[in-house]
Ligand binder design. Structure first.
Ligand code: ATP
Ligand code: MG
Ligand code: MG
Length: 399
């Protein structure tokens, strides 16, 4: 096992600064390593320390997290106003990369669970949405894709600020110019362009964000697919249509899920026709399983999931609402449907950016009167920004 053996009162040390971290509790464990709650002896403050496994691949991933977070914290959010976790320190201890973060509270999945999966009130969904968008505006500005937005990676702050949340876990994040991996994002929150094997941009975070907003309200994931095929099928049913052919033509996985049903030809000249594009149709489950050479499941037929509008507007009221509150609740739900439509939008080019989404009436609290048309994105004048650099901490006792 490449995890460090940690126990209560075990001491982690940054030998360069002589800062000591005393392990008090386990906060999380995963493929990357462990996250422990530590006390700082001088101050009695707590911090969370991520102790990465001592293998090169995890070390590299951990250092990418360090680079990206220091870029975000120091170049884009110096004042800590954008709901992004603060990195406090990083060092190597006994061959393990350790990253210290400000101590935060439970994550949004735990909050939903505490609420018996009944979903949160619209006020709270709105408040959290606004904060996540603040983070996403900055993350996009920095040219970073988070790549793993989900309720588990959004933590509630335990500091004095009431009901503040913070985005954590930049361990899968990448620079938009360096999208090297194609198997990214947690399945329920995976964007259509990633499922289809297209190139991707910061818009994939906005898809995940839409899924999170819906889940906060519903208490259950919007697209809880058991497989990638199942996810796509749910998306198509819920959104009422399939991804546009323009997107399907670009996907290296399109042929796993769709069959070609037609072609559009262009006349080169009188003698020659050239096929310029294909049109596609989503497979039935039987066709998919036959194509994947799986045993077809006899009698299992296409299941119709409900439309987004119905899911949101028919959702039972969370408490006994007085008569005068009902029409307000219903109007806010219509605003929520309109908001989600701009986020879980198949076409990444049409999907709203964080800034565009942040002017939506659902977020601003203005009355929702008609479908929202986002302001055009002003093309960004390219500014030379600091680039995430590789920091190279050295094991203290080599010094
Ligand atoms: P994943 O497996 O989701 O990719 P990860 O391996 O990259 O996760 P993190 O998400 O950074 O690791 O941390 C794992 C868990 O540890 C979190 O879900 C959270 O419960 C806990 N945790 C992480 N950072 C903090 C923090 N700053 N304060 C409190 N708990 C934290
Ligand atoms: Mg995580
Ligand atoms: Mg992670």
């Amino acid at each position: 096992n490449s995890d460090m053996i940690l126990y209560t009162n075990f001491v982690l040390v940054n030998f360069e600064t002589r800062q000591r971290y005393i392990v008090k509790d386990m906060l999380g464990q995963g493929t990357f390593g462990q996250v422990v709650k530590c006390s700082i002896p001088e101050t009695d403050h707590f911090v969370a320390v991520k102790v990465i496994k001592n293998q090169p691949a995890y070390y590299r991933q951990g250092m990418a997290e360090v680079s990206i977070l220091s870029l975000l914290n120091n170049n884009f959010d110096l004042g800590d106003n954008h709901h992004i976790v603060r990195m406090l320190d990083y060092f190597i201890f006994r061959n393990h990369l350790c990253i210290a973060f400000e101590m935060l509270g439970p994550n949004l999945f735990e909050l939903i669970k505490l609420n018996n999966y009944k979903g949160l009130s619209l006020n709270i969904v709105q408040m959290f949405s606004k904060q996540i968008l603040h983070a996403l505006v900055v993350i996009k500005d920095a040219g970073i894709i988070h790549c793993d937005l989900k309720p588990e990676n959004i933590l509630i702050s335990t500091s004095v600020k009431p009901a503040e949340i913070k985005v954590i876990d930049f361990g899968s994040a990448c620079m938009e110019k360096q999208t090297i991996y194609s198997y990214i994002q947690s399945r329920y929150y995976r964007s259509p362009e990633v499922l289809l094997g297209c190139s991707y941009t910061t818009a994939i975070d906005m898809w995940s964000f839409g899924c999170i907003v819906a889940e906060l309200f519903l208490g259950l994931p919007l697209f809880p697919g058991a497989s990638e095929f199942d996810i796509l099928r749910r998306m198509i049913d819920t959104l009422g249509g399939q991804p546009p052919d323009e997107l399907l033509r670009l996907g290296s996985n399109t042929n796993r899920f769709f069959k070609r049903i037609g072609s559009i030809y262009s006349m080169e000249n009188d003698a020659m026709c050239k096929r310029i594009s294909n049109t596609y149709q989503f497979l039935t489950e039987e066709e998919y399983e036959a194509r994947e050479s799986k045993k077809p499941v006899i009698g299992k037929h296409y299941y119709n999931f409900v439309k987004l509008e119905d899911i949101i507007t028919n959702y039972p009221y969370k408490k006994n609402l007085p008569e005068e509150e009902i029409s307000k609740e219903n109007r806010t739900r219509l605003a929520l449907v309109d908001f989600l439509r701009g986020l879980v939008q198949f076409d990444p080019e049409k999907r709203w950016s964080p800034l565009q989404a942040s002017f939506h009436p659902f977020v601003t609290g203005e009355p929702f009167l008609c479908p929202y048309r986002p302001p055009q994105e002003v093309p960004q004048i390219p500014v030379i920004r600091a680039v995430a650099v590789n920091h190279n901490p050295v094991e203290g006792h080599w010094l």
